[in-house]
Design a protein around this ligand. Sequence first.
Ligand code: PEP
Length: 247
Amino acid sequence: MRKKIAAGNWKMNTDPNFGENFIKNLENRPFPDDVLVILGVPYVSLLSMSNTAKKVAIAGQNCHQEDKGAYTGEISASMLSSVGCGYVILGHSERRQYFNETDDLILSKIHKAFENNLEVIYCCGEPLEVREEGSHEAYVGKQLEDSICKLDKDQLSKVVIAYEPIWAIGTGKTASPEQAQSMHANIRKVIENNFDRECAEAISILYGGSVKPANAKEIFSQPDVDGGLVGGASLKEDSFYDIIQSF
Ligand code: PEP
């Protein structure tokens, strides 16, 4: 049975005060036992939020590929671990676009995350022009083959995949449940071809791109969709809570 996951990505929004109150209020509500809730939050909020959280897992939104050194402004995987993170989001399209992250680099970050006991939410997804020309499956397949398909099976078991079509991130334009299902099935096939059926069946694949309470249930009900990576709608406690309950 695959893990059901509701993950939030706060990006460069909020402060520690907001984060601590958010966790307290969210965890005061009845929580489904079978849904793993993860919040990817700004670095300054990691420590206080992981100290406050009892049920929610806390994630960094990036880490550097080296252990330490003269990399002004960067954060290491061991730093994330030391403030209570269990996860790190890697390969988000905003990191790929604005910070020129390639799958080679992302793979080295993934290894560093594992060395520091972090599990990884690996993001992939195609831009609009690739979707329009119809080569989205091949595009995402290549992202996977250049990164997580180079791991061994044990390492793969510490990865959650987030499929996030770039044209649906922060745009209000969501992939249809059928589009999400079809890409998730394709991703599972790529994992099966590069590992085996058991690995493909075990890995959780999240959909990301304008998930909100109004569409979460239908998207999450697709057989190969195991939850969501949620940006904007994870910043409001009520909407994130509704999404957690949408399985
Ligand atoms: C994201 O940034 O991962 C994301 C999916 O954002 P949004 O839900 O706002 O589209």
